[in-house]
Design a protein around this ligand. Sequence first.
Ligand code: ADP
Length: 191
Amino acid sequence: MLNVIITGAPGCGKGTQSELIVEHMKLEHFSTGELLRQEIAAQSPLGKEADAYITKGNLVPDSMIIDVITSAIARVCGQCKGILFDGFPRTREQAVALEEMMDGRGTPVTLCIDLQVPERELIQRLLTRGETSGRSDDNLETIKKRLEVYKVKTQPVNEYYQSLGKYVAIDGMGTIEEIFGRIAAALTTCK
Ligand code: ADP
């Protein structure tokens, strides 16, 4: 199985590249942001609790997200070629939990892809997206908070996967096709 994590700051293009990766590599796509937004739209108790964190630009608690991902993994078909984790893990604790979960299933994480984009470009992309996304977290104040949270909480995930020898940094600037080409090349060499 090819089990891939795509990580990077808000606005780095994870969502766009994830769509291409799952289509070409025939992977199951798990986006924790999407799973949470579905819970919010359904006004479930979990969605209501998550909404308060997301609107402020904070991460939702690890325990909540680990529950969400555990039940999503349990629903995955035994035959799929692998899983793409998009927006998860976002803390070192989540990464450790994921490693345990995947190793326990006998389907370890293959590679963590870190999509790197300069901060000025990230802010511009998110502000542009905010004009049409309708997302409560795509405004300047919340964007700045999310970028700060990314540096403090999520960058340690990169160091964790570096220490496991399962990390690759990818330049996230260029056309969508160029960036996907870099990702596809990295995935081919690790297969
Ligand atoms: P972006 O990458 O643009 O921030 P996402 O859709 O991945 O967008 O996430 C939106 C928000 O959902 C995050 O700012 C955070 O509040 C919450 N969230 C998503 N995934 C996680 C996670 N793994 N752990 C904690 N919070 C998460």
